[in-house]
Design a protein around this ligand. Structure first.
Ligand code: SAM
Length: 186
């Protein structure tokens, strides 16, 4: 069974003022991350949002592209949705994965910030761990995952660095780069 799972977290995340908020589902995040996920061997891509209305938005998008006109129009987009799921909370995702992997799952937080912690881990180290241990990698929306969520994960991934001091990637770019690097050494 593939060990790689990812979640796009819409709650709890920070806003610009550092407050804890719920963000809305962004359709192009879902399309793009589903495609990257399927390309790089992700088993489940969870969209985490506590709102029933937001679940309905995802259901509508997913239904459109997985059947009828949408499927006919763009078969590869429809295929990508095979890994895409909804959950109301991170705990729900964790519980689903605990059931699927018989209890063995490690959570990994991602952030653009350098966080000093003994949970800090490089992507090279994670690549090794993934061969034996199921992982759930959490990605933020808004202004990123909350400090509590980050510190409660088993690992905090060291941020991707570019060649300038700027490293605030869109979540879609961050997912693609991380999924590539966790599968391939460069
Ligand atoms: N509204 C933004 C967008 O358009 O994508 C959402 C920004 S959200 C804070 C970006 C998320 O991508 C972060 O929470 C983190 O999960 C990931 N991310 C961004 N830059 C990163 C980096 N340099 N290293 C690791 N993860 C990063």
């Amino acid at each position: 069974m593939n060990n790689l799972n990812i979640a796009l977290v819409h709650y709890p995340v920070l806003n610009k003022l550092g407050e804890i908020v719920t963000t809305s589902v962004t359709p192009f995040d879902i399309h793009d991350i589903s495609r990257s996920g399927l390309t790089f061997g992700v088993r489940s891509f969870y969209i985490v949002n506590p709102s029933q209305k937001q679940k309905e938005v995802l259901d509508r998008i997913s239904k459109f592209w997985s059947s009828g006109i949408g499927k006919e129009y763009n078969e590869t987009r429809s295929q990508a949705f095979e890994i895409t799921k909804f959950a109301y909370s991170i705990d729900e995702v964790k519980q689903n994965l605990i059931n699927e992997y018989n209890g063995n799952i490690k959570l990994v937080a991602t952030t653009a910030k350098d966080i000093k912690s003994d949970k800090s881990i490089s992507i090279d180290e994670l690549r090794g761990i993934k061969n034996t241990t199921p992982l759930l990698i959490l990605f933020g929306t808004g202004w990123g995952l909350t400090p509590d969520i980050i510190s409660n994960c088993d690992y905090i991934m060291k941020p991707i660095k570019g060649i300038s001091d700027y490293n605030h990637l869109s979540v879609r770019s961050a997912v693609s780069i991380i999924l590539y690097l966790i599968n391939n050494q460069i």
